[in-house]
Design a binder for this molecule. Sequence first.
Ligand code: ZN
Length: 189
Amino acid sequence: MDASRLAIVKYPAEILRTKGRVVEGVTGEVRAVAERMIELMHEAEGVGLAAQQVGLAWRLFVAHVPETEERSARSDPPAATPGPVVYINPKITKLAGETAPYEEGCLSIPDITGDVLRPSVATITATDLSGKQFTQTAGGLLARCWQHEIDHLDGVLILDRMTQTGRLKNRAAVRELERNGGSRVPKQL
Ligand code: ZN
């Protein structure tokens, strides 16, 4: 596979509804895909990107929640990341805190945002690019990002999670995307 040819796929591409398979080992291919995904995420100014969003049904996502005045990578729990992070075979092992609404968007569903309710604190276990397992707890936007990305790995989209108000607000725009047919996944993938 030529990772440099990967691109962000758009709803309603079938791959976005496909569950990811476990990544068996951190190979050169996995590393190349993760690097390309970070590049695409940065180009699109997103804070997270899942494998399905580049046409691959893998259990892998990348995230980069930049620090701002309101969120830090060093707070306890952190709400941002110090840089881009790769999560291979991630699992949320614990959810805590209050369930709160937040207006989420998705790089695969352009121009659509809506309130999604999620627990405010999450603990994740995943493997990094060196093959080491790590566990981390986060709050704020980082905890939300993890939950959004893991949804992608299970074929779940914000369209399924939005509040009733969000669904109604976006009904016409979603239909328009469905009419356009999304983007086709290149054949070599
Ligand atoms: Zn998304």
